[in-house]
Design a protein. Sequence first.
Length: 966
Amino acid sequence: MATAYLDTNQVAKSRLSTGGSDRAAAGSVDRVLKVFHHFESHSEHSSWSSNIRYGDATDVRGIIQKIVDIHKVRWTSCFGLRLSNCQSKDQIHWLHPDMGVSHIREKYEQSRPQEEWRYELRIRYLPKGFVQQFTEDKPTLNYFYQQVKTDYMTEIGDQVEQDIALKLGCLEIRRFFREMRGNALDKKSNYELLEKDVGLRRFFPKNLLDSVKAKTLRKLIQQTFKQVANLNDEQSILKFLEILAPVYRYDKECFKCALGSSWVIQVELAIGPEEGISYLTDKGSTPTHLANFTQVQSIQYSAMEEKDRKGMLQVNVAGAAEPLTVTTASLTMAENLADLIDGYCRLVSMETHSFIVRGYFFLSVRTCVYFYVSDLAETDDYAEIVDEEDTYTMPSTRDYEIQRERIELGRCIGEGQFGDVHQGVYTSPCLNVCVFLSAVTMRQFDHPHIVKLIGVITENPVWIIMELCTLGELRSFLQVRKYSLDLATLILFAYQLSTALAYLESKRFVHRDIAARNVLVSSVDCVMLGDFGLSRYMEDSSYYKASKGKLPIKWMAPESINFRRFTSASDVWMFGVCMWEILMYGIKPFQGVKNNDVIGRIENGERLAMPPQCPPTLYSLMTKCWSYDPSKRPRFTELKTQLSTILEEEKLQQEERLRMEMRRQVTVSWDSGGSDEAPPKPSRPGYPSPRSSEGFFPSPQHNHYPVTHRALLSTLQQGFPMDCIFKRPYFLQDGGCVGQALMEERLMMQQQQMEDDQRWLEQEESFMLTFSISLSLSVCLSLSPEHVAPPKKPPRPGAPGHLAGLNPVDSYNEGVKLQPQEISPPPTANLDRSNDKVYENVTGLVKAVIEMSSRIQPAAPEEYVPMVKEVGLALRTLLATVDETIPVLPASTHREIEMAQKLLNSDLAELIGKMKLAQQYVMTSLQQDYKKQMLTAAHALAVDAKNLLDVIDQSRLKMIAQTRPH
């Protein structure tokens, strides 16, 4: 139940009449009546209540009418107000609609303290076929269900059979958690969340929980829940009422009384929509019908003049010779019985006047409920409700109020769940046409990456004025500037959002709608979190449970989908999805998947695939955010720290790549036999060489730079024999470089081509990696001693005839080749391979990789291990051979060889990790992605094996040079 806290000192007050009552007399004093009800909200059921202002002339009818009008209930004539004493169960009074509230409180609260009394709104009068009638009025059906369920749990829950209690409890779980799948409780974490955080006592009687062992109870609940898992909300409610009806008659009220006034017959009087007025002489007897409600002409009741103060009720029935007289145990019972019959008569006849002939003791008033109305809302629905469960309050000052005349509304720059965003002319603000709740939330925040509130206009329509973020929402920004944003900028955006969310976490707020569409771009290097329409303050509780409404399913954590449970941990999940959106340049998650199917995929272990060029450390952080168990997700303070580290690492790597590229452009030359040919075309921009001039090797996290491996293998794709390809080119010491001016001119021409090449390479990413690896590695195994003439340099992308006449695979392989000149290896590099164990084992490792690459696509998951094992055994043999070779090589080269060996071990670990992921996500949409990552890891392993051979060859040449006589 939402709350509206209003300023009692407001000058403008409006008193509205309800239920046909007259206006209240001037000068009447306002007071508050707390009424408990069964309208569902996110708090505990026992606290569902509304605080209603009333005056001296307010009647019960006005109180009832105001509450049911707020919830848009059609069957208002079914409701009644019950007053009960918490200390004495016998003191129950049904309050007639015409009774004055002030008179009621004076009458009952003088005898007992005020805090002992409880006012409860209940459905008491039921129409014929009420279940079918209520299905057409959902608020009434839900209310009646909550009322019956509460009565069942408190009155007879411990007395029903175990099977019935289990079915009723599981039906309530099904209704309560609408999005939960049938097998969700099979997961231990889900059941523990239900058991510990939500509580089984919410669904099952105490006797059942105490009498059945925990493990047995869990199995019973899991089995029973699967039987009702396919029911929707309404079906769950109807099934609940159907199962409960034989053991608990919620459709009628029974009174132990006597028929007659002098000679009496002890009976049980039954009043209900089907029975009318009837009685039972004993439990097993058939009801005897006395009268229909349409036959009742008038009702009277009074106290009998006896010491025991019994009550007497007389009902005048049309066509009967004498009135129906009933003797009750007390006057209170006679009053309650009279109110029940009178309510049914008013319901059936569709009249508002009472059938009770009032005596001297009955004070009847027909006046109004009046309350304060703020200028804020379009309607007065929430004006008088002072519900303690809501967190938000109306601002007590007008500090943020802005005159509407000073705002010139501009174009619409965004649309949201709770309103639209317009540009406006008022010191560069933007206007959010939405509910006032968002402004009240935003007013509390002061952070550089959270949109600031400038002011509000509280007159209808409500406007919220915020600072203008000129570049619009982040998702559109990413899509438009996809080719101009580097990885460091994307990580910077994620880091800035993490600082904003860490701030919200410290303020105990959950945002509940973290997505790229709700992030605004202030400048090219600054983003700001906005759209607080769904955010909630958690007060002393650790979570917030959402009521009905539209929610972003594809961004939500599993516990939010299943249990409508929102915490800081669920915000972490959504932030992980938002990071994925950023790295994917605004692509929405789970494309092509229906909302109803998302939770099934998540529970099957499926997660969003790693974005291209995403650092493995960042994707690892995302997967931690997507842990199924909320307790295993990192907090925003941890995310902020880790993202800061990843951002710094990416900036350093970016600088290092630029330095290496510039150095390579200046120093790289190929042995051309003294000719004036130009140097080879440099590597693609933004990617490190296989080994820099300082001798450092690339990171083992190969999937960070996928193009690097193609650049490394491009030399293998030229068709050179093994003994030529696996030799590293050496620079001539006699200055065999081309002229400086010619080199600079050609480098400038190549630099202009690089940006086009980079975009072209991104388009070529979609081709099959398997064929590329198999082709490139099989060529490198050719042992033909003949040299193959260098291919023609392909034209620049976009030039006429580019890739013409080539099939897709040919064009792909053609495009990724480096362009070396025709070379003759120096005499010192011509090593004898006849007895070279390292060379043979490198060849064996490459063959194992080729074999795995050719078999991986059609292979079943259980076949992955033997294939990877073959690669591992080949690597172990290679490393053992290298260990035997190291002692005879110069000591100065040992360090470099050891680094190359460590890199190969890391490559194998990466391959094993990708294999496990491919096995884990079999039969999901991620299966092919992880197979490709396996191939990428195997590709890197083969290339790094070639690098190891290069290092050893270089060491051998150095040893030969040292032993040669000077």
